[in-house]
Design a protein around this ligand. Sequence first.
Ligand code: FPP
Length: 264
Amino acid sequence: MTANFISSSAAPSASASALPGDLLPGRMPVHVAVIMDGNGRWAKQRGLPRIMGHRKGVDTLKKLLRCCRDWGIGALTAYAFSTENWGRPTHEVDFLMTLFERVLRQELKEMMAEDVRIQFVGNLAALPETLQREIDRAVTQTQANQGIRFSVATNYGGREEILQACRAIATQVQQGDLNPEDIDESLFSRHLYTADISDPDLLIRTSGEMRISNFLLWQLAYSEFYITDTLWPDFDTAEFHQAMKAFQKRDRRFGKISNSDSGD
Ligand code: FPP
């Protein structure tokens, strides 16, 4: 496991008043990851252009971030734009880049007030320069915040992330700075974009698709999955509550057997 800022053994204490009574504070996930799928379909169902779905999707994400914070969840990672999403129509890609930029600019004050620490994971150098500047500003300004860790996967691809880690490690070996025998899971994890965040305990995917779409391929090794038919713009606190209830019922064995089956 990675040496993490956020320990995966226990969630930060949830505010007792905020957490619904049927959720156990000691069994909350530390890190939740979300694949925000279904924005386009949500818009189409209403006869709206696809971009309206993305716009509404931002509101859903804001509400979820606040809910995670209120319920004592330490980290939220959202898949905002994949390395494959460049293949969408230019106007949609341009809209998304501008949307990310605008949201970052508008929400920075709020993130400071709510003690959110934002970071971006992905190949950021390929993003428009104006967006890169907003990202730098938001990351720098919020880096000392102690509240929820909010990661936005932007121009992110799990395979690309693994390849860039391999290249960096191979270079160290080539230069004689690293022995191949010393390459273990911990060292490898430290070369990923997510180096200082614990692996997600729970992955939520909306809109019913049963795939991980190149998201956090290494990090999701032992995450629990919650897949719902709800389209992302409609994913509300009630649905997140259901996801938490489902998560708390899971028996996480990490490849071992459960205590009740051990015969002890
Ligand atoms: C997938 O739905 C959604 C996206 C590719 C974009 C998600 C981005 C946001 C919700 C904005 C987040 C903003 C910030 C600042 C982090 P889809 O378009 O694939 O939906 P479809 O499958 O119905 O077509």
